[in-house]
Design a protein. Structure first.
Length: 234
C-alpha cells in the first residue's frame, strides 16, 4: 500500500512539509503536495492520485468545495483535516463524500493508521497464494493446505517460507535464512534452522524425506520451487 500515490492539500506550508515527512519516514514513496484548493484540483485532474488528504479551512477554495469537485469525477478516498471539531463540519464532509475525518492537532501514528485503514478498504489486496507440488500455502493466513489436511505455520516457519518465496527458484543462503529468523547475530543457529526446515517440509511436502519443493543446495542453502506465482485464490 505504501506505493499508493497520495495528494496532501493544506495552505500551511510548515504543516504540509511535516505531513510529507511523516509519510516519507513511514515508507510511503509517492507523495504530492498542494497549498491551495485550485492547485490541488489541477494536480488531481492531471495525475488522479490514489488518495487525497484535504484540509478544510483554506482561503479561496475551501476543502469542502474541493471535495465536491473531486466527487464529480472520482470516488478516490478522501481524508478531511480540520482545526475544528464541530459536528456540523463532520456532517458536511461525510455528506459530500469524505471517507474519514481527523481533527488537528493529531498524533502522526493516528494519521498513518487512519490512512492505512482507508487504503486497505479502498484497495483490498488479494490473498497471497503459493502453489507447490504437493500443497498450497496461503501466506496471509499462514496456512498450508495439503490434500484434506490443513497445517498452521509457526512464526519461524512463516518467516522462513516468506523469505524463500520472495526468492523462489533462487538459492537462499543458510546465513541469509538464519539472519532473517534471528537477526544479525545468528552464528550457531544453523542446527536450529535445519530443524525448522524439517518441520516446514513435514507440512508442505508429501514425502518430507524426498522433498521436491524445498530443496537443499549442499554447502550453500535452500531453494523453493513453486508451480505458479500469483496473488489470486483459485
Amino acid at each position: 500500500m505504501k506505493d499508493k500515490s497520495i495528494l496532501i492539500v493544506d495552505d500551511e506550508t510548515g504543516l504540509l512539509e511535516m505531513l510529507q515527512s511523516i509519510f516519507e519516514r513511514a515508507g510511503y514513496t509517492n507523495i504530492t503536495t498542494a497549498t491551495s484548493g485550485r492547485t490541488a484540483l489541477k494536480i488531481f485532474r492531471e495525475h488522479t492520485p490514489d488518495m487525497v488528504i484535504l484540509d478544510v479551512m483554506m482561503p479561496g477554495m475551501d476543502g469542502f468545495t474541493v471535495l465536491k469537485e473531486i466527487r464529480k469525477i472520482s470516488t478516490v478516498p478522501v481524508l478531511m483535516l480540520t482545526a475544528r471539531g464541530e459536528a456540523d463540519d463532520k456532517f458536511s464532509g461525510f455528506e459530500n463524500g469524505a471517507d474519514d475525518y481527523l481533527v488537528k492537532p493529531f498524533l502522526s501514528k493516528e494519521l498513518l493508521l487512519r490512512v492505512q485503514a482507508i487504503l486497505n478498504r479502498a484497495y483490498p489486496e488479494k490473498e497471497r497464494i503459493v502453489h507447490l507440488a504437493a500443497s498450497t500455502v496461503n501466506l496471509d493466513k499462514a496456512k498450508v493446505y495439503r490434500g484434506e489436511e490443513i497445517f498452521s505455520l509457526t512464526a519461524k516457519e512463516f518467516t522462513l517460507f516468506e523469505k524463500l518465496f520472495e526468492n523462489a527458484g533462487r538459492i537462499v543462503t543458510t546465513g541469509s535464512l538464519c539472519e532473517t529468523v534471528c537477526g544479525e547475530i545468528w552464528e550457531g543457529y544453523e542446527n536450529t534452522l535445519v530443524t525448522h526446515i524439517r518441520h516446514l517440509r513435514e507440512k508442505i511436502e508429501s514425502n518430507p524425506s524426498k522433498p521436491v519443493s524445498l530443496l537443499n543446495v549442499k554447502g550453500l542453502g535452500y531453494r523453493l520451487i513453486v508451480k505458479e506465482r500469483n496473488n489470486e485464490i483459485n
